[in-house]
Design a binder for this molecule. Sequence first.
Ligand SMILES: NC(=O)c1ccc[n+]([C@@H]2O[C@H](COP(=O)([O-])OP(=O)(O)OC[C@H]3O[C@@H](n4cnc5c(N)ncnc54)[C@H](OP(=O)(O)O)[C@@H]3O)[C@@H](O)[C@H]2O)c1
Length: 252
Amino acid sequence: MKVAVITGASSGLGEEYVRQVIKQLPEIEEIWLIARRLERLESIAARFAEHRFRCLSLDLTDPKSFAVYQQELETAKPEVQLLINNAGFGKLGNVAETDYPEQTGMIDLNCRALTAVTTITIPYMPKGSGILNVSSIASYAPTPRMAVYGATKSFVSSFSKALREELKPLGITVLTVCPGPMATDFLEVADIVGRSRTFETLPYCHPQKVAAVSLARLCRKKVWYTNRLFYKFYRVLGKVLPHSFIMKFSKT
Ligand SMILES: NC(=O)c1ccc[n+]([C@@H]2O[C@H](COP(=O)([O-])OP(=O)(O)OC[C@H]3O[C@@H](n4cnc5c(N)ncnc54)[C@H](OP(=O)(O)O)[C@@H]3O)[C@@H](O)[C@H]2O)c1
């Protein structure tokens, strides 16, 4: 059975990935949707009644969820053609002014869960399959007021690049996606609304476009996707300018 696994599938970019997988990958026989809100997953599955879904309500910050997911794979023994590591969240605020569980929660979901889900899934991925990891433009330079979030996304970008090299002999490709701000639940979860001039002035990316183009690029075995010229330019600045200078602008 050819399967696509999507984490963080219950809203925003993840929900768009569900649409795009259906549209672009007709060979996928079942889509596994992972997030905490089961009712959201089930309503997405119901919207595409002609397709097969498996809805897994898992809190990926809880390591017990990794064992549940592993057992699900062990029982079903699918061919995972596509893994989309999309679940993630951010929190706005200086480290010194926030509670530590908020900060470490980002590390748990954005880094640990992504690493665990990837490692658990690889044995089920055949030659020709692909992994799409959702990072952020926050990985291009340190981001004061979202210091931990930016650091977790640097992890995602760095991990994905090295993983791509490691998986080449197995014929598995890896794409890193770095979206700029998108009008999704992310903004509310991160407590950004009305509290960040940077987020109010930056150009926004459309989740539908990010999902459509990034999935197409993964299929063409590309390495990277950044939406909008503005953020492609920011990526270059992040490579050539001292971060001490960039942080005057990257502060959220
Ligand atoms: N929106 C932006 O401005 C922006 C910019 C750059 C990058 N990104 C990245 O894009 C990705 C998708 O975010 P989004 O913008 O689509 O925001 P979103 O709508 O809030 O989606 C986040 C997804 O992650 C899931 N999730 C959160 N905590 C989880 C947990 N503990 N266990 C399992 N799943 C969990 C959520 O589902 P449940 O709540 O149902 O668990 C939801 O499906 C994230 O990795 C984010 O960092 C977003």
